[in-house]
Design a binder for this molecule. Structure first.
Ligand code: NAD
Length: 300
């Protein structure tokens, strides 16, 4: 068996065409979806990611604004900028590019973003909503994986989904989304003993560990769908995922390449979440549900 290669670039392009139409449809109501990105420090990776986000917004007619801070700025300055942007009616989505310098209280920073503009889905309210099955802003990378599966016509219900990686931004929300779609979900992480005993059972294997060649052909069931979220730069400069692509594609039914698989979908979902926030505003639909205050008390 040779796997079908899932073309994330083509799927992202098609979705973005649809998003441009949604942006266009808001114009007569005087609304242009706007994304603000806060960057602290000069992480070289962040610069590339932020540039991609800005260009993606521009290409579909959205506004974007980048607020950059030196790595040694005070946390108060950043919090004050977030508060201003929370109140800015021209901004519908607000994200803080990670990582922030180690001296910062990342949790406090993320919780200060208005939950109505939290298009990365990192605010506790949005994390809780995801757990309750009432997702408002699904975190972009797992959301991108979910959309890839949908676009390929791959159903999740009743399947064995194994997620390798349990980070707050990828692995855990990914597992939760698959659970919401009625999959039987297993989460593996760095302390999992004998990873292969779990991966071999996967109908859908989603890998987000940041370890090149972690997943070898003998760890994959014949006909499995393999989604490689990992991005690793090898010493020779090549960009690879976590999966032995050439080996595993001989066994899988579908596989994502790196680059060109999940990567383009992450920014695409950021656009989707920001447009959805602007549409919510246009339709005067607040995100608070009646049970919001119970929820907020529960997490206080
Ligand atoms: P992270 O370092 O925060 O988390 C890695 C997770 O993998 C942890 O839960 C850890 O326990 C697990 N892990 C590490 N080694 C393992 C091993 N040997 N066996 C099993 N589990 C192991 O990383 P992250 O932010 O979740 O990102 C994971 C990967 O996905 C990275 O390569 C990152 O660059 C990539 N990523 C890609 C996108 C994208 O848009 N394609 C977005 C975010 C992250």
């Amino acid at each position: 068996m040779t796997a079908k290669i899932i073309d994330g670039v083509a799927i992202a392009k098609k979705l973005r065409t649809g998003y441009a139409e949604r942006v266009h449809a808001l114009a007569p109501r005087g609304i242009v979806p706007g994304l603000a990105v806060i960057v602290v420090g000069d992480d070289p990776g962040s610069k590339v990611y932020v540039r991609n986000k800005v260009n993606a917004c521009r290409d579909i007619g959205m506004r974007s604004r980048v607020h950059s801070f030196a790595h040694d700025c005070g946390e108060g300055e950043v919090l004050s900028c977030i508060r201003t942007l929370n109140e800015d009616p021209g901004i519908h989505g607000l994200i803080v590019q990670l990582p922030v310098p180690a001296a910062f209280d990342m949790r406090r920073i993320l919780q200060s973003v208005s939950r109505a503009k939290d298009v990365d889905g990192f605010h506790l309210y949005n994390v809780g909503s995801l757990v309750f099955g009432q997702t408002i802003f699904p975190p972009c990378t797992p959301f991108g994986v979910q959309r890839l599966l949908e676009c390929e016509g791959i159903t999740v219900e009743g399947k064995n989904v194994v997620v390798v990686g349990a980070s707050n931004i990828v692995g855990k929300p990914m597992a939760m989304m698959m659970l919401q779609k009625d999959a039987t979900v297993t989460i593996c992480h760095v302390k999992t003993r004998d990873l292969a005993q779990y991966t071999i059972l996967a109908d859908i294997l989603i890998v987000a560990a940041g370890r090149p060649n972690l997943i070898l052909p003998q760890m994959v069931k014949t006909g499995a769908v393999v989604i490689d979220v990992g991005i690793n730069r090898l010493p020779d400069g090549r960009l690879v995922g976590d999966v032995d692509f050439e080996g595993v594609r001989q066994k899988a039914s579908h596989i994502t390449p790196v680059p060109g698989g999940v990567g383009p979908m992450t920014v695409t979902m950021l656009l989707q979440n920001t447009i959805a926030a602007a549409e919510r505003e246009a339709n005067s639909t607040p995100i608070e549900s009646p049970d919001f205050h119970d929820f907020e008390r529960a997490i206080a």
